[in-house]
Design a protein around this ligand. Structure first.
Ligand SMILES: [Zn+2]
Ligand SMILES: [Zn+2]
Ligand SMILES: [Zn+2]
Length: 157
């Protein structure tokens, strides 16, 4: 049996649950310390990720009128789904209402010019809540899994 509150790497206790900026929850090993200056973990680097807790919204499901929830997938993509929907891992079937909607990144045009190619910049927020400025010519080629256009990106805090 695994003790849920002990580090599987070194056996020390796990520290309190913390929430990251993007809303993910985790517990670090209590012997590990995050060093902001070097961006590395000192000591034991074990991190236990906790499941994202769905958040109930004021919005109603357009299909059945039940409240909607925000949940996060395993790939850190946020989506809205109907609160009556549930997944049965035993039978591998979904029950309840099947309405869901992906939360799209927000994109805003800026009056700034890309330092690399002089096209204009856009500001966007990723589905996981990170904000960045990037070049408006950049894109993603889904067929070839390749970034296209200018690769200028500036992450915002
Ligand atoms: Zn540890
Ligand atoms: Zn519904
Ligand atoms: Zn550019």
């Amino acid at each position: 049996m695994e003790d849920a509150n002990k580090c599987p790497k070194c056996g020390a206790a796990l520290s309190e649950i913390v929430t990251t900026k993007s809303g993910k929850r985790l517990q670090r090993c209590s012997t590990g310390v995050w060093n902001r200056d070097t961006n590395t973990t000192e000591g034991c680097d074990f991190i236990k990720w906790l499941p994202y807790e769905p958040e109930t919204l004021d919005e109603k499901c357009p299909k059945c009128g039940a409240p909607l929830l925000i949940t996060m997938t395993r790939f850190n993509k946020k989506m809205k789904k109907c609160s009556t929907n549930s997944w049965d891992p035993k039978t591998k079937t979904a029950s309840g209402c099947d309405f869901f909607e992906w939360i799209k990144p927000k994109v805003e045009e800026l009056d700034e010019v890309c330092p690399k190619c002089q096209n204009h910049l856009v500001k966007m927020e990723t589905a996981s809540g990170k904000r960045m400025k990037k070049c408006s010519t950049s894109g993603w080629d889904k067929e070839n899994h390749m970034a296209t256009g200018c690769d200028y990106i500036e992450w915002l805090k």
